[in-house]
Design a protein. Sequence first.
Length: 73
Amino acid sequence: MTAHGVGAYVAHTGTDVYGPGKVIGVDGEWRRVRFVYFVASIAVRDLRTASAQEEEEVTAWLMEKAVRHGGNW
C-alpha cells in the first residue's frame, strides 16, 4: 500500500459514506482527508487509492467549491 501523501486522491476501504477525497495533511500513520461529505482523520490502513471515476468526482467537487466560495479547497 502507498503512503497516500498530501494531494493524493483516496477513498475509505470500509465504507462509502465519506465519498472519495483528497489528502490534505499527514501525521504519521494518519491522513487528514477532505472527503466530499466530511473532513476526517483516517488511518492509512483504512484508505485506498481512489479510482479514476472517484478522482474525477473529487476534482469536479473541489472546482465547484472554489468557484462558489473561492480559495483552495
